[in-house]
Design a protein around this ligand. Structure first.
Ligand code: ATP
Ligand code: MG
Length: 547
């Protein structure tokens, strides 16, 4: 549509806008809108405005304004000097309301919100005219000015457009343009006692800014006739047009600011930036990159029909670049002690390890090896089933970049749990190869007990158990009780003590992780960004095989 407008010459410079209401933090659904609006502007050499739709002072806060600006910049977009606030237009909007009153196209209604609703009619029945619909212009002007001055109680009166109470579109049945609200506004302070509704503020702000394509989500399609009516009946400086696209729904989470606020306020997550949250701050803390999110937005595209996108696709967009760029490290999440009986007591050595097999430029690093090590508890079984090829009594396995070791004995505590493995190593296998060519089936990750650092690793799973959680008042029942698994006694190779927050590394055989902002060299804390297993690839494969 934009291309056609440009080709036909009806639009010269393409101008879009991203219009958040500063009443919450941005989530991945907003990212879709940001990528679309800024992306379209970029593609056609136009510009995208940052517009705060700040017409509801009761719910808005400057804290949100700063966080939203930060998130949009983080995603990689720049509005330059084009930052606007609907509240900057309050005076102009007020003048235009008077313009409508003078033209007999708006009136002050003394009915309560309930009365207005009761008379609005239904989809099959027309509404009823308000008893105040034919108020003389002079009386409307007087009352509206007094509404502005704060003479009336909140909710006592409203200003309505005078359109058509029998319209098939309920939005055209004399919609409310102004409400009396006695709340200070974060930007205009106590100047106003009336505030324009979204419908009255949005399109006119578009026109003031010279927006050409006002891209919004499908629920506004029914508002488009009103959008157009207002633009046609007001002396606005330009002619914007509204187009709708489907909002992003993502499986296993909720994308509604209201619901997200409930999760935070109810203590169900640790804050807006909890790595399980679909907020941009949460995804950032989890290690998702702006490029991965932009790639996701490009892959889901823009449609006109509602659907639910698999969380696995978003994870796929994160994992794919991580595999190419993340340096590998060794981290033992559930440690089991290994003592190598034939390795000298007081000795240790440095072993060379490859940082990233996908990237030669990433080089190598040295990791310490010594007599006492940790391996992953699940890499040993006392009584292994047929397909378990890792360590077991009498069995040999490779320690990655290190040596072959053979398990001689499993030491148990009084409760009968294995607490230590006594092993021997073959000094000829340094680097992980046997000169006699003998093979082992398993390669294990490990760390040196006296050199490693102990830290916490947080494994995140879906926030909601069901793919499409109930959005009703029972929505908390759908929370996944296993959305966070905290492992507090993990053993990490020494380099991980100094990992920079947000930089994703691969823990070999475990997944992709990044240091949490609260991580310290003494007590590193890592968040699992995404697991190694690609469930999206599986979903795709299933689709292809027709299953
Ligand atoms: P929520 O439903 O989370 O409260 P909202 O629509 O009230 O969201 P706004 O701040 O008004 O939040 O949204 C700013 C812009 O982002 C709007 O243009 C809105 O249509 C768009 N947007 C919000 N949620 C989504 C979503 N899930 N997918 C795509 N666009 C979205
Ligand atoms: Mg909104």
């Amino acid at each position: 549509m934009v291309r056609d407008d440009v080709a036909a010459g009806t639009v010269d410079t393409v101008v879009t806008r991203f219009p958040p209401e500063p009443n919450g933090h941005l989530h991945i659904g907003h990212a879709k809108s940001i990528c679309l609006n800024f992306g379209v502007a970029e593609e056609f050499g136009g510009r995208c405005h940052m517009r705060f739709d700040d017409t509801n002072p009761a719910k808005e806060d400057v804290e949100y304004i700063e966080s939203i600006k930060n998130d949009v910049r983080w995603l990689g977009y720049d509005w330059g000097e084009h930052i606007y606030f609907a509240s900057d237009n309050f005076e102009q909007l007020y003048d235009w309301a008077i313009h409508l009153i003078n033209g007999g196209l708006a009136y002050v209604d003394d009915q309560s919100a309930d009365e207005i609703r009761a008379r609005r009619g239904t989809l099959t029945e027309p509404g009823e005219d308000s008893p105040w619909r034919d108020r003389p212009v002079a009386e409307n002007l007087d009352l509206f000015a007094r509404m502005r001055a704060g003479e009336f109680k909140q909710g006592a009166r409203v200003l309505r457009a005078r359109i058509d109470m029998a319209s098939g579109n309920i939005n055209m049945r004399d919609p409310v343009l102004y409400l009396i609200v006695h709340e200070p506004h974060p930007r205009t302070g106590d100047n106003w006692h009336i505030y324009p509704t979204y419908d009255f503020a949005h399109g006119q702000s578009d026109a003031i800014e010279g927006v050409t394509h006002s891209l919004c989500t499908l629920e506004f399609a029914d508002h488009r006739p009103l959008y157009d009516w207002l633009i046609e009946h007001l002396p606005v400086p330009s002619r914007p047009r509204q187009y709708e696209f489907s909002r992003l729904n993502l499986s296993h989470t909720v994308l509604s600011k209201r619901r997200l606020i409930e999760l935070v306020e109810g203590g169900h997550v640790e804050g807006w930036d909890d790595p399980r949250m679909p907020t941009l701050s949460g995804l950032r803390r989890r290690g998702y990159s702006p490029a991965a999110i932009r790639d996701f937005a490009a892959r889901i595209g823009v449609t006109k029909s509602d659907n639910v996108v698999e969380m696995a696709l978003l994870e796929h967009c994160v994992r794919e670049p991580a595999n190419r760029t993340a340096e590998r490290r060794m981290a033992v999440l559930r440690p089991l002690k290994v003592v190598i009986e034939n390795y000298p007591q007081a000795e240790s050595e440095q072993i060379e390890a490859i940082n990233n097999p996908e990237d030669d430029g990433a080089g190598t690093r040295m990791i310490p090896f010594s007599r006492e090590l940790y391996i992953e508890r699940e890499d040993f079984m006392e009584d292994p089933p047929r397909k378990f090829f890792r360590l077991a009594p009498g069995r040999e396995a490779r320690l990655r970049y290190g040596y072959f070791i053979t398990c001689r004995e499993a030491v148990k505590n009084d409760a009968g749990e294995v607490i230590e493995l006594r092993c021997t190593y073959d000094p000829e296998t340094r680097g992980g190869h046997a000169p006699d060519g003998r093979k082992v089936k398993a390669t294990l990750h490990w760390v040196s007990a006296n050199h490693c650092v102990t830290g916490e690793v947080r494994l995140y799973n879906a926030l909601f158990s069901e793919a499409e959680p109930s959005m009703g008042d029972d929505f908390l029942d759908g929370l996944n009780p296993e959305s966070l698994e905290r492992l507090e006694n993990c053993r990490l190779e020494p380099l991980l003590a100094d990992a920079a927050p947000g930089v994703v590394v691969q823990f070999e055989r475990q997944g992709y992780f990044c240091a949490d902002p609260t991580s310290t060299p003494e007590r590193p804390v890592f968040n699992r960004t995404v697991a190694l297993r690609d469930s999206w690839a599986k979903i795709q494969a299933r689709g292809k095989s027709g299953g």
